[in-house]
Write a protein that binds this ligand. Sequence first.
Ligand SMILES: Nc1nc2c(ncn2[C@@H]2O[C@H](COP(=O)(O)OP(=O)(O)O)[C@@H](O)[C@H]2O)c(=O)[nH]1
Ligand SMILES: [Mg+2]
Length: 367
Amino acid sequence: MLDSPTFVSRLTPPGTGAIAVLTLHGPKTWDIVRAVFRPRGRSGTLPERAEPGQVWVGEAGTAEMADECVLVVEEFEPVPHVELHCHGGREVVAWLIELLTSHGAQWSETERQPAERLWRLVEQAVTVRTAAILLDQAQGAWEREMEALSAAWARQDLEEVRNRVTRLEGWVELGRHLIQPWRVVVAGAPNVGKSSLVNAMAGFQRSIVAPIPGTTRDVVTTTIAIDGWPVELLDTAGWRETAHELERAAIEKAHATAAAADLVVWVYDATVSDPEMPEGEMLRRIVVANKCDLPTVSQDRAEVCVSARTGSGIATLMAEMIRRLIPHEPEPGAAIPILPEHQEALRVWRERLSWGAVPCPWPTSQE
Ligand SMILES: Nc1nc2c(ncn2[C@@H]2O[C@H](COP(=O)(O)OP(=O)(O)O)[C@@H](O)[C@H]2O)c(=O)[nH]1
Ligand SMILES: [Mg+2]
């Protein structure tokens, strides 16, 4: 076993960051670490053996030069595996890697390729639908699209290039939400039935439902799939001003949450005659009248009328939410920008388009 190599690789992306993480894996790991790492404290040396989970703060380097690092033991038996968290400056990291390789470690390039990262995203997908779209990307949808773009550019078919780029730009938000769910904030005055509505949508009890106004003191999140799209429902505290300090903090949090949401579902109680309506600046919102199982007096001010108690109108509301969040759905096999490289490629294509038919100053195909 001692013949197999010990690898050093870098977990954090290349370039300068606050912290860089190097990993050492292989039979000689512990010998190498003991040679270059001095733990803080009296002894100044690492023990002969370590346990997974052990952590030391100290310095990695030589007697002349060292960087403050944290050493984390991931595995010790049968093959040791450690992480070194050090400062992320380019030179420091390059120097540390050199030091480790001079002690017998082999540098292994682990910068993950886009395809590999896409496959990892496929594994992490939370619904079959998002997995299918991610799978298309992992199987080359983006590369095919880039080839088509390059071909159109080579023909100087700017119309086609523009259409393709515009379409791709339209999928940026969807691409983001294949990994992070859409955020829907359920907002409204206390006691209108926000928590009940979230529960009705989720189909299970999650927030506290109580007849006393202001029970939901904080933001409670519930992630559900609607029609195969992951949606995070945020149940917020009621909107009304209150003297209660704790609740005021929760209400402020509710406002902040709503501002960052993809959609606000504004709920009011249809049995009251002058319900609290949303403020003007909330653009993406659906106004919902709740308690429509009771005699209503203000149902007409809502786009959807529901009863969290009986479930009537809930399916209509959820369909409407999806219609707002995802007005268009991609065709099977469509290229969707997901990775930072994709966004960067789109930016470059947009820039090329602004050059128009003028000869392009950089290579036009992916040679
Ligand atoms: N009749 C009726 N009562 C409801 C409905 N939805 C909620 N409630 C009741 O209204 C009260 C407040 O509900 P809750 O979900 O805690 O409101 P929140 O403060 O807006 O979160 C509770 O007593 C619920 O049982 C509904 O659709 N119909
Ligand atoms: Mg509540």
